[in-house]
Write a protein that binds this ligand. Structure first.
Ligand SMILES: [Zn+2]
Ligand SMILES: [Zn+2]
Length: 365
């Protein structure tokens, strides 16, 4: 398993991806590089290493081979290429920070082979902006414990690339039945009713683009990641693990075939709705037949950007609350914890105000 810190071609400092200009920044010498420049530099380093001494370790790219069984372990240890400290990760962690030297590290082995993503949608909203929006949003919400948006909490705001399946499909759909129109009118004392019956057939090719499905089982915050959709997948780029530098990333642990049936059912539901809605202009419609056949189905494994803060309530339920923001569009989704203390105080305030109002009214009478 490889652990990589992408390094500055200029000074060897740790590079991070910067959402505001979509380039790679070095915090030490302030150099800025494009993805092409970083890739070209790393390729040339690799070549030089191979040419020189195939056995010697070159530390420019700093690859540490770990004798870790790369089967699915609950936790795994890696050695930080910059400071040598141990990095503890979940089985699905694919990019993180070294806890000790804060250098970004990418566990590139976890996103290779069959786990190599097809595309990554880079962050476009930077941390300062995400933080600002989070504070504005949280402070507008009344019954929120202050701890949810105190400084330490805000510092936990993390940019995470989550794994998803993006599904494109094509289907043939057909619906048929009898449509009836009814017209009633009156001339003098006589009421006329006209009933017309139609044979209705709707038939067509249905195209589904970019149905997005969660691919991480520990995403207990399923709703959260759904809440920040849609993601503009047209802005996704072919995957390079450089983009993960400076962010957290998770690799998938839900395989497509395990959710395929569910996805096909969902497509069928969408398709039927579309067909049903296309039958209009009748007073009533009784369906005789319907068909839905998926003719093509393609999936892509993609990493999508989410800014995230979670908060575990300190009451007995230990309920987890979250705030999530789409790292591209800024769309927000969140369930905030309710502080009963603050809620109680406010209700008392309202009660007191009412009582005073009654007293005034009473006085006037
Ligand atoms: Zn540098
Ligand atoms: Zn370190």
């Amino acid at each position: 398993m490889e652990v990589v810190t992408h390094k500055c071609p200029n000074c060897d400092g740790p590079l991070s991806f910067e959402p505001s200009d979509q380039k790679f920044h070095c915090p030490y010498c302030m150099s800025v590089f494009t993805e092409e420049e970083v890739s070209a530099f790393e390729a040339s380093q690799k070549e030089a290493r191979l040419q020189n001494e195939p056995v010697s370790q070159d530390d420019t790219e700093t690859i540490v081979e770990e004798m870790v069984d790369d089967q699915e372990e609950a936790m795994a240890l890696f050695i930080c290429p910059s400071c040598g400290a141990e990095i503890v990760t979940d089985a699905t962690t694919a990019a993180t920070y070294c806890y000790f030297c804060h250098n970004p590290v990418v566990l590139s082995g976890r996103l290779s082979g069959k786990f190599l993503p097809d595309k990554v949608l880079p962050f476009a909203i930077k941390k300062e902006k995400a933080t600002e929006e989070f504070l504005q949003w949280a402070q507008k919400k009344w019954f929120v414990p202050r701890e949810f948006f105190n400084k330490a909490q805000v510092e936990k705001l993390t940019g995470v690339y989550f794994p998803y399946w993006a599904v494109d499909a094509e289907a043939d759909g057909e619906i048929s039945g009898m449509g009836t129109t009814l017209r009633v009118w009156r001339v003098g004392d006589i009421e006329y009713t006209e009933t017309k019956q139609f044979d209705v057939l709707r038939k067509g090719k249905l195209n589904f683009n970019e149905l997005i499905k969660n691919a991480l089982s520990k995403n207990t915050q399923q709703k959260m990641v759904e809440g920040v959709q849609p993601f503009p997948l047209n802005k996704a780029v072919p995957f390079k693990n450089q983009y993960l530098a400076g962010f957290q990333a998770e690799k998938r642990d839900i395989e497509y075939h395990t959710i395929q049936k569910e996805i096909q059912n969902e497509l069928a539901r969408y398709g039927e709705n579309l067909l049903n809605n296309s039958v209009s202009g009748y007073t009533s419609f009784s369906r005789r037949n319907r068909q839905f056949q998926i003719t093509e189905e393609n999936n892509r494994y993609v990493l999508l950007p989410v800014w995230l803060v979670t908060y575990r309530g300190d009451d007995q339920s230990k309920k987890v609350f979250y705030y999530a923001m789409n790292g591209q569009t800024g769309k927000v989704s969140g369930v905030l914890p309710i502080s009963y203390k603050r809620l109680g105080l406010t209700s008392f305030g309202i009660f007191a105000a009412l009582a005073i109002l009654f007293m005034i009214v009473g006085y006037l009478i």
